[in-house]
Design a protein around this ligand. Structure first.
Ligand code: GDP
Ligand code: IMO
Ligand code: MG
Length: 425
């Protein structure tokens, strides 16, 4: 049996969905453990494109158990819409979806509060209510999935929360109050539609592991967006690192076999926050166009930059990757010289570790190594030996610097556009 955690090593959108979809072939269970519908995981199968937000990317394979763990914050409206979209594309959920009783629900007032607080563009969030929902969870005011089955408890929680939220909306934000009866009846309707999926997912997953099943844990966002280990406050509100897979599911670290870091061959970031290797000239735009670097959830253009090995070294440390998957190598075709950041310059000092101080990170200048690029088209290449020598050298440089094996190289959007150097399960 194998349990494998898939983690974004940068600022999200590394191609986690594609790799999870590929590895699902050999897995029985795929589990989301944090985040919510702020995630947008794109999977392309037979020229059809699917974007998964809440449902694990394993759903595109028949009869794989897909689990939304307790660490996720779930917007029932978004989930129902996603189920609908999948059904319309011929993907049936059947009895393959399990939702944790103890995952927290995103409520309309979370979205309303976030829309107001983001009006001055503070973080550049996805406005899906993620931050306010986690705030209520930690403050012990949250509404959980299981509350949907207890209308009295549900109504009481909505009432208590709205007293505060409406005060803020009206008196602080000069906005309109929300109606508790309306929210209550909306959520009763969701309860009717989603009650079949509610489960003790900690028991389901642990039993599966104990029976020797292969279980994949699908991370959302990325290490540098982690609430503790990312570029705070320009982060998301959950633990996106490997440790989050344990707290977000109720599976002990003792039961985890492998942790795969997903690394895009360059770097992107959506939203505000420091990004030392951002390319601000035309090349950034070229990469954005070629790589289709627009948010899968919000459609916002992603900021593009060179590979940052300082940030990745930090990701290797806090996650302890047992292997790496490099994605989107094909997007770098045709660039004459590739830059790779191997350190930062801050004032007159060299810094080799990713700084925790935002004020320092903001003013860090990347120290680059230049590597020769390649002209050959590599999209769809399936064998490592068929890569141009300069592409191999680029990969070897990353491997040597990070001291972690590159096990997978993705060379295109489609499921089979992939090189497997070492199967990680
Ligand atoms: P995720 O959030 O980490 O799952 O990544 P996204 O789906 O938001 O963004 C990754 C984008 O790159 C998607 O459009 C994928 O279809 C695409 N993609 C993934 N791997 C590759 C690859 O190796 N080459 C190319 N060209 N596109 C890729
Ligand atoms: P996937 O799983 C990239 C970013 C937002 C914003 C910050 C906080 O597709 O990689 P939030 O709505 O989470 O409170 O926003 O985090 N962000 C992502 N960036 N990929 C994601 O998910 C993201 N989810 C959130 O742009 O900067
Ligand atoms: Mg994404």
């Amino acid at each position: 049996m194998s349990t494998v955690i898939i983690i974004g090593a940068q600022w999200g959108d590394e191609g986690k969905g594609k790799i999870v979809d590929f590895l699902t072939q050999k897995c029985d269970y795929v589990v989301r453990f944090q985040g919510g519908c702020n995630a947008g995981h794109t999977v392309v199968v037979d020229d059809k494109k699917y974007i998964l937000h809440l449902i694990p990317s394993g759903i595109l394979h028949k009869n794989k158990k897909c689990i939304i763990g307790n660490g996720v914050v779930l917007d029932p409206a978004a989930l129902l819409k996603e189920i609908d979209t999948l059904n319309n594309k011929g993907i049936e959920i059947d009895n393959n979806l399990y939702i944790a009783k103890n995952c927290h629900l995103i409520m309309p007032y979370h979205i309303a509060i976030e829309e107001e607080s983001e009006k001055n563009g503070k973080i550049g969030t996805t406005k899906k209510g993620i931050g306010p929902c986690y705030t209520d969870k930690i403050a012990r005011n949250g509404v959980r999935m299981i509350d949907l089955l207890y209308p009295d408890i549900l109504m009481n929680k909505i009432k208590v929360n709205l007293e505060i939220v409406n005060f803020l909306l009206v008196n602080f934000y000069n906005s309109k109050p929300l109606n508790e009866e309306h929210i209550f009846s909306q959520y009763l309707d969701y309860a009717e539609k989603l009650k079949y999926y509610i489960s003790d997912t900690d028991i389901v997953i642990n039993n599966a592991i104990d029976e020797g099943r292969n279980v994949l844990f699908e991370g959302a966002q990325g290490t540098l967006l982690d609430i503790d280990h990312g570029t705070y406050p320009y982060v998301t509100s959950s633990n996106t690192i490997a440790g989050g897979a344990c707290t977000g599911t109720g599976v002990s670290p003792k039961k985890i076999d492998r942790i795969i870091g997903i690394v895009k061959a360059y770097t992107t970031r959506v939203g505000e926050g420091p990004f030392p290797t951002e390319i601000k000239d035309n090349l950034g735009e070229t990469i954005r166009q070629k790589g289709g670097e627009y948010g899968a959830t919000t459609g916002r253009p992603r900021r593009c930059g060179w590979l940052d090995l300082v940030g990745l070294k930090h990701a290797v440390r806090v996650n302890c990757f047992t292997g790496i998957a490099i994605t989107k190598l094909d997007i770098l075709n045709g660039i004459d010289k590739l830059k790779v950041c191997v350190g930062y310059k801050y004032t007159n000092r060299r810094i080799d570790e990713f700084p925790k101080e935002l004020e320092i990170l903001k003013h860090c200048e990347p120290i680059y190594e230049e590597l020769p690029g390649w002209k050959e088209e590599i999209q769809g290449v399936k064998e490592f030996d068929q890569l141009p020598e300069n592409a191999k050298a680029y990969l070897n440089f990353i491997e040597d610097f990070l001291k972690v094996k590159i096990q997978i190289i993705s060379t295109g959007q489609k499921r089979d556009e992939i090189i497997i150097k070492e199967f990680p399960l």
